[in-house]
Design a protein around this ligand. Structure first.
Ligand code: GDP
Ligand code: IMO
Ligand code: MG
Length: 434
């Protein structure tokens, strides 16, 4: 097996950063295919904590090339800030990072548009990360966006930029918003940023194709999670990109026929940041406990994450749209001292079991979860590295998830660090990353 995708099976923050960092050393390239600096991927290397937002987590491995694919939206100021942060720790970012010339650029006025849309009357705010992600993708799909390559043709950039700026000014005037944005200053600044990143910019689809010809292996790093995918998630409470597996091909130019495996990362429970339906959210002591034990606060915005119980119908759905070969269950240790663990095994609406994932957020909000309570193991699993060494009840919990979701649990994470991981012998996961 060669090229694989690691992506979130829930609403994001499943621990993708840790998992990608762990497997990255077995790959030549780690590529991001969607999203932007709305992502927050945490990696611990010993005492050192890194939160990667835009740059693939693979950058932390000295022999790995990191690629920002065409499907990513790039805020150049955020990118340069992240590059500087990594370079200060001794990482040679200029050598190891490449950026697609087809990636779209986020400008400060995209944040202004986001502010307007989040504050609109009669509209429920999405609770976005306020990074300008959605408005940048709107311009991309609206065919008026500006791509990295455009920055290098001064005259054409000026025209594109001024037209786009004009649109935003009109919008701001319409909504009576008097934000003092210095459009000319931003244009000039971006020409300077463009020079800083010039040596890193290339046709990354061609780079990846050449790498594959040489037998190199690619790991695709998903951002957000499947339930935040613009098509398959809880629309409109989603992000604006294709976080699901199909996005890896679109967002990098690597054909689907070259992707050999898909690893779903899921917490042993579930969290969500921002608004939107969340059937298994626990608003009582259980949710509080998960937030405290799991340190569930947003890596980007610091917002407390909403917490709840493992949702089997949701996982079955995300397995369906992604075709997971295997699951890696993270944060098992967070459940260590619970006497009982509820798991949602079915959805009911108006007393009737529903078989398919509801399509509208209103029907999703009407869902009443059907719970089964599993016995807890009340023993520490923190740092366990072998499946056999897990308490019997923890194994029974994982076996239950495996049987219910119909996807193998190939790996388990028992702590934030690289070595606090179990890869099961004989699993598909082991074959995929071996
Ligand atoms: P990502 O966005 O999917 O990369 O996930 P985040 O980094 O936003 O959030 C996951 C958090 O859980 C981070 O703080 C990780 O360090 C932490 N983490 C990952 N795996 C484990 C685990 O198995 N146990 C515990 N206790 N923490 C973990
Ligand atoms: P990682 O990669 C969790 C959520 C926001 C909001 C919605 C839309 O760390 O898992 P956006 O700013 O993208 O337009 O916001 O999506 N969201 C995330 N939630 N983890 C993330 O990334 C997220 N990126 C966006 O909270 O509800
Ligand atoms: Mg995160």
């Amino acid at each position: 097996m060669s090229n694989i995708i690691v992506l979130g099976a829930q609403w994001g923050d499943e621990g993708k950063g840790k998992v990608v960092d762990l497997f990255a050393e077995r790959f030549d390239i780690v590529a991001r295919y969607q999203g932007g600096h709305n992502a927050g991927h945490t990696v611990y290397i010993g005492e050192k904590k890194f939160v990667l937002k835009l740059i693939p987590s693979g950058i932390l491995r000295p022999a790995v090339q990191a690629v920002i694919g065409n499907g990513v939206v790039v805020d150049l100021a955020a990118l340069i800030e992240e590059m500087t942060m990594l370079e200060a720790t001794g990482i040679n970012v200029k050598k190891h990072l490449r950026i697609s010339n087809r990636a779209h650029v986020i400008f400060p006025f995209h944040r202004l548009v986001e502010k307007m849309s989040e504050a609109r009357e009669n509209r429920i705010p999405i609770g976005t990360t306020s990074r300008g992600i959605g408005p940048c993708y709107e311009d991309k799909i609206g065919r008026r966006g500006i791509r990295v390559a455009d920055l290098y043709d001064r005259e054409s950039f000026r025209n594109l930029y001024d037209t786009l700026a004009e649109d935003k000014k009109t919008l701001a005037a319409t909504f009576n918003l008097h934000d003092t944005i210095d459009y000319a200053k931003i244009r000039k600044q971006h020409l300077e940023y463009a020079e800083i990143i010039r040596p890193l910019v290339c046709d990354t689809a061609a780079l990846l194709a050449n790498a594959m010809k040489q037998g190199k292996r690619i790991l695709f790093e998903g951002a957000q999670g499947t339930m935040l995918d613009v098509d398959h998630g809880t629309y409109p409470f989603v992000t604006s990109s294709s976080a699901a597996a199909g996005g890896a091909s679109i967002g990098t130019g690597v054909p689907p026929t070259k992707i050999d495996g898909i690893i779903g990362v899921s917490k042993a429970y579930i969290t969500r940041v921002g608004s939107g339906p969340f059937p298994t959210e626990s608003l009582d002591g259980g949710g509080e406990m998960l937030r405290k034990e799991g340190n569930e606060f947003g890596a980007v915005t610091g917002r407390p994450r909403r917490c709840g119980w493992f949702d089997v119908p949701l996982l079955r759905y995300t397995a369906m749209v992604n075709g997971f070969d295997t699951l890696l269950i993270t944060k098992l240790d967070v459940l260590d001292h619970l006497a009982e663990i509820p798991v949602c095994v079915g959805y009911k609406i108006n007393g009737k079991l529903v078989k398919e994932m509801p399509a509208t957020y209103l029907s999703m909000e009407a869902v009443k979860p059907v719970y089964k309570k599993l016995p807890g193991w009340k023993t520490s699993t923190r740092g366990t590295t072998s499946y056999k060494a897990l308490p019997e009840r923890a194994r029974a919990y994982l076996k239950f998830l495996e049987d219910q979701t119909e996807v193998e649990v190939g790996g388990v994470s028992t702590g934030p660090e690289r070595n606090e991981t179990i890869i099961r012998a004989g699993s598909k996961l082991k074959r995929l990353v071996g």
